[in-house]
Write a protein that binds this ligand. Structure first.
Ligand SMILES: *Cc1c(COP(=O)(O)O)cnc(C)c1O
Length: 462
């Protein structure tokens, strides 16, 4: 092998080749320029193009610019245009261009955010985000934040901290002795809890089925008066933002009952907890600040890049104990060591993008963002109702459930809507009714986007 053919030689040459980065920049800018006009879900030709990736593993190196060209030519048209303003599926946010720019820089850093010793800057920015989040969300100072992949993981961490602490108070060390023979923990949960809560219960040995379900009202809110008696062995799951209706549980009543009994309250606030950042919408989460732990996604309502889930917990010791990990080579510091609060050890520097998002928006920008999503959702529900659609929920946040006269018409309308490329909404069912679910979750959605979307609904139905 000559020196020119070695991997190191080629990679150093690629790093020096600014043209490669200029190419990536041009491709990304072209994508951002065109995304608002691209079909919101890729059409048949773009999907068929993905077969171009079905190559055998290359035997040798590829010219770097050819690799990038293939990615752009086949990949860009086969994206969902989730940053384009008319994607309303899942509860998927967009991303702010300035944050993409910050992420590019951080990508070049390629930091491991496990420890201060592995990345001082990632450690510092996590610490700053932790402080800013408590302030923004109205949570008590002294809480800790762990940055994980998403709310699924965040909820599992909250549950692990709760399990550890409730059992510790009973004189049982779950880290050392596990759950076999432990005093039983009760789980009280709203009948409308998110599926990921059940996944966390299964993962942590508490069981999907051994829960006490609390009935909900027509919007999916837990009926606090129907909760069973709580005690110091009980974990209560409440929800800020139902995935169908956007409804919020009555946190004040739930937290009062839990505090009197010594129970632990975890709030699944994946997209809804951000209501706390808006003076106009804060009333929706009133009382949630008295819970013990909260999970929330920055990649949803806040429009930070994936993956940015956050576990917030009022009991730092319980969190650290539940996430305990040691090794002779692990050097903890006096600074923030992010792995103390997460199941992962090596992690991307998610705090960098979270910091960039909060720094770009500021307090007023976050409030404007969250309020804008709710205004657009209300606009959509009003226009859809005027056009003869039925709206199945009270639109209190960013979720709108839409139905036609019959189930068949609703399904046919959704199918035609998804194929139109004009916008994209998924399906759901709500208390026995089939619905089209419209989640307004991107900063990029304008009033004109909503008008165009409603026109697409009408065309799809008619
Ligand atoms: C999205 C969502 C989750 C899961 O979050 P991920 O980030 O996808 O893991 C949990 N609960 C609610 C209410 C959600 O909306």
């Amino acid at each position: 092998m000559t020196e020119r053919e070695t991997l190191q030689h080629r990679m150093f040459a690629s790093a020096e080749d600014r043209g490669l980065f200029e190419l990536a920049r041009t491709q990304a800018c072209d994508y951002m320029d065109g995304v608002r006009d691209q079909p919101v879900f890729p059409g048949p030709a773009a999907l068929a193009g993905l077969a171009g990736f079905d190559e055998a593993l290359p035997e040798g190196p590829c010219e770097p610019s050819a690799m990038l060209r293939q990615l752009h030519e086949l990949g860009s048209p086969a994206t969902t245009a989730s940053t384009g303003g008319r994607y309303f599926g899942l509860v998927v946010g967009g991303v702010f261009p300035p944050v993409v720019a910050a992420k590019w820089l951080a990508d070049a850093w390629d930091q491991c955010a496990a420890l201060h010793a592995s990345s001082p800057v990632a450690s510092k920015l996590e610490a700053v985000c932790e402080r800013w989040l408590m302030d923004l969300l109205g949570l008590p100072p002294g809480c800790v934040a762990g940055l994980v992949g998403g709310t699924s993981t965040a909820t599992a961490v909250g549950l692990a901290a709760a399990r550890h602490e409730l059992l510790r108070r009973q004189g049982w060390d779950v880290n050392a002795d596990g759950l076999f023979g432990a005093p039983p923990i009760r789980v009280v949960i709203g009948a409308e809890a998110h599926g990921t809560v059940f996944k966390a219960l299964a993962l942590l040995g508490l069981g999907r089925e051994r829960v006490e379900r609390v009935p909900v009202d027509g919007q999916g809110r837990m009926i606090a008066a129907a909760m069973p008696a709580l005690d110091e062995r009980t974990l209560v799951f409440a929800q800020a933002g139902n995935v169908n209706t956007g409804a919020f549980d009555p946190f004040g009543e739930i937290c009062d009952r839990a505090a009197a009994a010594g129970a632990w309250v975890h709030v699944d606030g994946a997209f809804g907890l951000w209501a706390a950042a808006s003076p106009r919408l804060r009333h929706l989460v009133k009382g949630a600040e008295r819970a013990d732990s909260w999970s929330v996604d920055a990649h949803k309502t806040l429009n930070a890049p994936y993956e940015c889930g956050i576990i917030l917990c009022r009991h730092p010791q319980a969190t650290v104990a539940a996430m305990q990990n040691t090794g002779a080579y692990i050097v903890f510091s006096e600074q923030r060591d992010g792995m103390l609060y997460t199941p992962e050890m090596s992690r991307r520097g998610r705090g960098i993008e979270l910091w960039a998002t909060l720094k770009t928006l500021g307090r007023a920008g976050v409030a404007e963002l969250v309020e804008g999503l709710c205004d657009r959702a209300r606009q959509a529900s009003g226009l859809l109702k005027d056009a003869g659609f039925r709206i199945l929920n009270d639109v209190v946040f960013n979720q709108v459930l839409v139905a036609c006269g019959t189930r068949e018409q609703t399904l046919a309308t959704m199918e035609s809507l998804q194929a139109s490329g004009e916008c994209w909404c998924g399906g759901s069912s709500w208390q026995g009714e089939t619905a089209i679910r419209l989640s307004v979750c991107s900063w990029a959605t304008t009033a004109q986007d909503i008008e165009r979307t409603v026109a697409a609904f009408v065309k799809a139905r008619d």
